[in-house]
Write a protein that binds this ligand. Structure first.
Ligand code: PGA
Length: 284
């Protein structure tokens, strides 16, 4: 990318994160579980666990079930367990067969919507221009977009934890594309997820895992792009999370050493006990 408007160093980022800041643990259930009954049981177990932990106010736990389960699961949503969707369409209402709009999601109790997930890009042909329309629609309806970006292969790292220009280019293109025409006031409501596609578990036990250095490098770069698009202040304020094979065992390193303000959790969020452990890690 061109001239860097500011530098954020690892130490300053860590120092800032001690005093602040909201932490987000966002469960992306994807196309799971198989039945409504299981979805109700899962949300009830998570909600029960949260009642015992009573997380601090800065810990935001969000579950994003498939559309069909939103209504049932919404009964469990509270300030401590919030509701989000995994996608939305950009139109408000009308002749769009099969689509679900942002205002509908808001109406049913959602506060967040995941947009730009790599699985939407891969299996549903979504590109940055379409994602941009969805980000605008979400913001107009008062939903917080949880914008996922990330590269497909690990080759974009040079093997010593440093990103190459290729990684910079992909991240910058995805961010600029998705945020086209989004004002600073609107951008203040964003949440960004750095989610390298190569680190997503997809039920594959042999998937690769990102290191906290990988994550820190990418998150610092994301903040630089945000600073160039908006301002330094906003770039530090927008939560940037990590997603990709996070568990209760590795979450702490992504939060403490990776500079992440939380995580988008796939597979591990389908096991209530494990997800509750992750909430406890955020608490600690
Ligand atoms: P994972 O999925 O935690 O199972 O890797 C994360 C995601 O794709 O959101």
């Amino acid at each position: 990318m061109g001239t860097t408007l500011f530098k954020i160093h690892k130490n300053s980022l860590t120092a800032t994160s001690k005093f602040m800041k909201d932490i987000y643990l966002i469960a992306n259930w994807k196309m799971n579980p198989a039945t409504l009954k299981e979805a109700e049981q899962l949300s009830a177990s998570i909600s029960g666990g949260i009642k015992k932990i009573k997380p601090k106010k800065n810990i935001n736990v969000v579950i994003c079930p498939p559309y069909l389960y939103l209504k049932s699961v919404s009964h469990k949503s509270t300030q401590a367990l919030q509701l989000g969707a995994q996608d939305c369409f950009w139109g408000k209402q009308g002749a769009y067969t099969g689509a679900v709009s942002a205002p509908m999601l808001k109406d049913i109790g959602c506060r967040y919507v995941i947009l730009g997930h790599s699985e939407r890009r891969e299996y549903f042909g979504e590109d940055d221009a379409l994602i941009n329309k969805k980000v605008r629609a979400a913001l107009l309806s008062g939903l917080r977009p949880v914008l996922a970006i990330g590269e497909k292969t690990r080759n974009t790292f040079d093997g010593r934890g440093r990103h190459t220009n290729e990684l910079d280019t992909i991240i910058e293109e995805q961010l600029r594309g998705a945020l086209k025409g989004i004002s600073s006031a609107q951008a203040a409501n964003l949440i960004i997820i750095y989610e390298p596609v190569w680190a997503i578990s997809k039920g594959n036990p042999h998937h690769q895992t990102a290191t906290s250095d990988d994550v820190l490098t990418a998150i610092l770069f994301i903040r630089k792009v945000l600073a160039n698009l908006y301002s330094k202040t906003l770039a530090k304020r927008i939560p940037v999370l990590y997603g990709g094979s996070t568990t209760s065992r590795n979450l702490r390193s992504f939060l403490d050493d990776g500079g992440a303000d939380g995580a988008l959790v796939g597979g591990a969020s389908l096991k209530a006990d494990e997800f509750i452990k992750m909430i406890k890690v955020c608490e600690a």
